[in-house]
Design a protein around this ligand. Structure first.
Ligand SMILES: Cc1ncc(COP(=O)(O)O)c(C=O)c1O
Length: 281
C-alpha cells in the first residue's frame, strides 16, 4: 500500500502515521466493523467518484444491520471523501471508509462501545493486475463455502465476513490461481472473494440473484467478475477449464471504463465530481 499524507478519522484529518487505534478495540477482536471500497477516477472534468453516495448509503445500511449507529451522516462522509481526495492530491485513488466498534468494553456484546469511523485514500492500480484486466484471470472453486445469510446478514459489508473471503483467496493463490469463486451450501455459485460473478450464455448475461439460488454452475462460455476494485475482469479459466475472453465481456469492460472515466453520457449521473469550495471558485 502506498502511504498518503492524511487520513480522515472521526471528523479530523490526521497524518497517515497518527491514525492509530488501541489494541483493545472491539472491532480488532471480533471483526465488528463495516467498510466500503470506492474508486475515484481522473476524468476530463476533474476527479469523479463512481457512485460515491450509493457506496456510503450501503455503509450506513451495513452499520444498521450490525446495530451500529454511525456518528456521521452519509452527507458528512460524502464531503469528507471529497476533502480527503483534495488534501492528498490524488484525483485518481481508492477510498476505504471503515467504521468499527472501538475501545471500551471487551465482552463480545458491542453494547456501550463507541463507534470509530475512518476514511483512507491511496493509489491502487488494477485489483487483479493489468494483465488480468486484458487477458482474464484464472479462478479456483473454493473448498470454503460462502457464509449463509442466516449466519451473518450477507447484504452487510462487514469486516468479519471477510475472513471467509481471505481463506478462499489465500487457498486459491497458494494453489497458483488468481482468485477464488465461493459456492453456497447448496453448491450454487455465490461470488468471488471480492467480486460478483457473471456468465454469458448465448448472448444473455446471468448472475446469481440475492438469494443465490438461480445459477446451475459455471458453463463453458464467457464469464467475468466485477466489483468496484476489480472493475470488469474477464474470467478466462475456472478450475483449469478454459473459458477464454469473450466479446460481451470486452464490450462491457470498455463501457464501464468509458463511464468511470467520464467519457459516457449514458451513465453520467453515476459520477460524483468534486464540488468547488467557495474559496476555490
Ligand atoms: C464479496 C464481494 N462480492 C462482490 C463485490 C462487488 O461489490 P461492488 O461492486 O460494490 O464493489 C465485492 C466488493 O466489495 C465483494 O467484496
Amino acid at each position: 500500500m502506498r502511504e498518503t499524507e492524511k487520513i480522515w478519522m472521526n471528523g479530523e484529518l490526521v497524518a497517515w502515521d497518527d491514525a492509530r487505534i488501541h489494541v483493545g478495540t472491539h472491532g480488532l477482536h471480533y471483526g465488528s466493523g463495516v467498510f466500503e471500497g470506492i474508486r475515484a477516477y481522473e476524468t476530463p472534468n476533474g476527479s469523479a467518484v463512481f457512485r460515491l453516495t450509493d457506496h456510503l448509503k450501503r455503509l450506513d445500511n451495513s452499520a444498521r444491520l450490525l446495530g451500529m449507529d454511525l456518528p456521521f451522516s452519509v452527507e458528512d462522509l460524502r464531503l469528507a471523501s471529497h476533502e480527503l481526495i483534495a488534501v492528498n492530491g490524488l484525483p485518481e485513488c481508492y477510498l476505504r471508509p471503515i467504521a468499527f466498534f472501538g475501545y471500551g468494553e471487551l465482552g463480545v456484546s458491542a453494547v456501550g462501545n463507541p463507534v470509530d469511523i475512518v476514511i483512507m485514500s491511496w493509489p491502487w492500480g488494477a485489483y487483479l493486475g493489468e494483465d488480468g484486466l486484458k487477458k482474464g484471470i484464472r479462478a479456483k472453486i473454493s473448498s470454503w463455502q460462502r457464509i449463509g445469510p442466516n449466519v451473518i446478514p450477507h447484504v452487510a459489508k462487514a469486516t468479519g465476513v471477510y475472513l471467509n473471503s481471505m481463506l478462499a483467496v489465500t487457498e486459491a493463490n497458494r494453489a497458483g490461481y488468481d482468485e477464488a469463486i465461493l459456492l453456497t451450501a447448496e453448491g450454487y455459485v455465490a461470488d468471488g472473494s471480492g467480486e460478483n460473478v457473471f456468465i454469458v450464455k448465448d448472448g444473455v448475461i446471468y448472475t446469481p440473484d440475492l438469494s443465490t439460488s438461480i445459477l446451475p454452475g459455471i458453463t463453458r462460455d464467457e464469464a467475468f467478475m466485477c466489483g468496484t476494485a476489480a472493475e470488469v475482469t474477464p474470467l478466462r479459466e475456472v478450475d483449469d477449464v478454459e473459458l477464454g475472453v469473450g466479446p460481451v465481456t470486452l464490450e462491457l469492460q470498455a463501457a464501464y471504463i468509458d463511464t468511470v472515466r467520464g467519457r459516457s453520457e449514458r451513465w453520467a449521473q453515476w459520477l460524483e465530481y468534486a464540488e468547488r469550495t467557495p474559496a476555490e471558485a
